[in-house]
Design a binder for this molecule. Sequence first.
Ligand code: HEM
Length: 459
Amino acid sequence: MPLPPGPPGLPLIGDLNMLSEDSGMYIFDVFRRYGNLMTIRFGPSPLVFMRGPKYNRFIFAENAANLLNRAPLEMLEGKMFGDGLLVSDGDEHKQARRMLQPAFHRQHIKTYLDGMVEETHRMIDDWTGEIDVAKMMQRLTLNIVARVLFSMDITAESEALSHAWDGVMNYNVHPWGAVLARIPFSSRRTGMRAVHEVIDRMITEHRANSVDCGDVIAMMLAAKDEDGTIFNDQQIRDHLMILFLAGHETSSNGLTWMLYLLAQYPEWTRKVLDELQSVLGGRDPDIADLDQLVTLDMVIKESMRILPPVVGFTRTAAQPFDMDGYHVPAGTMLLYSIVTTHYLPELYPQPLEFRPERFAPDAERKYSPYEYIPFGGGSRLCLGQPLAMMEMKVVLAILLQKLRLDLVPDQNVKAIFRGSLFPKNGLQVRVQPQDGQVERSAARVYGNVPGAEGRQLGS
Ligand code: HEM
């Protein structure tokens, strides 16, 4: 039996379209031509793509134990990302997840609120003129992760760090990226060294101060599993690195796309502002307020449907399996596709339209954990989901009450796939005090995102 069908590609190089920055568009096209289970040649290897609830259930539940995270990440990134949670499998993964969980528990993350509020004010209070808000969100989310999870103030270096991180992510999920990850002085590896230095400093400072400040490093230094297992130094470093990395690019993309969509769809900004006025009346949110921000929650959810911060994630089959009359040999790389699942018209009628009402609490249609999957699913469901939801709400609630961000007209707003859905040219906005004149924020822009002129993702 053959692999699922797909375009043939060239020997060794694979499918040249996957090297282009429009690989996202191309993946949508190939799904259209070959159906929900298809194969693209990725460099020398086949990569089986899956889309839709049936396959998401297969990945997250039915065949989860057979699908590994480490192998594809090591294939794509070498050993660059260490052995942290995202990379580990089997019992090692289960145990590490159990030991890290307390730091992300709903009750515990409440203690992160003050840090998020302060970091947001520190970032936005002196904004004026024209700024690249995507860059600013990257710095803000770095500052927030460092502050709330690691009790570190990295404001002074977050600009350099965010630059180093861009080097790491260049050509991520790209055959050329796999080569760069193995060249010691490539931008990917030097960027990673800069991140490592910060992580190592965090651990050293914690050890030197040896206070239990309740953050994730203190918890890891104290964590003991039921059988007495503790984290060794290398494990602590690897887990922290994954948290640092997984915890900022995602929220930063999410926030950038939300600000873009709010600017282009001012009727929703108005609804959110009305809600903020009635719940907060100009003050910062506290924990009890967050559940009342229902419209904001709907906007966040629909933004992550239409422009999900992570486009999909890879696995490798440990054992061969058959599906729909095709055979997938052991060692084959698979990818469950978040973004293309989110555009299936049978799940989301008029999928290209931004419609937060899909997620209204009283909406008739509810989405299953295999239909709406911005945070993945199953035993690998994003550990940071509650933290990320809280962070995005807090940042938006503060920012929108204070500022109106008007899109700079005629810019090219382009979403590219680099594992995350990244705003390639940033997002240029003019900062104004929030005066409620939200219609002024919309502008004619070019690109591949909703509300822009050009061929849109998913079209
Ligand atoms: C909007 C923000 C975020 C999105 C969309 C997101 C998305 C995801 C997705 C799709 C996965 C699943 C990967 C897989 O299938 O293997 C994941 C895993 C993970 N995320 Fe997030 N994430 C976000 C924010 C965060 C934050 C803030 C943190 C922590 C500070 C975090 C930590 C993790 C970790 C540790 C994993 C690995 C879980 C495991 O393998 O058991 N994420 N995330």
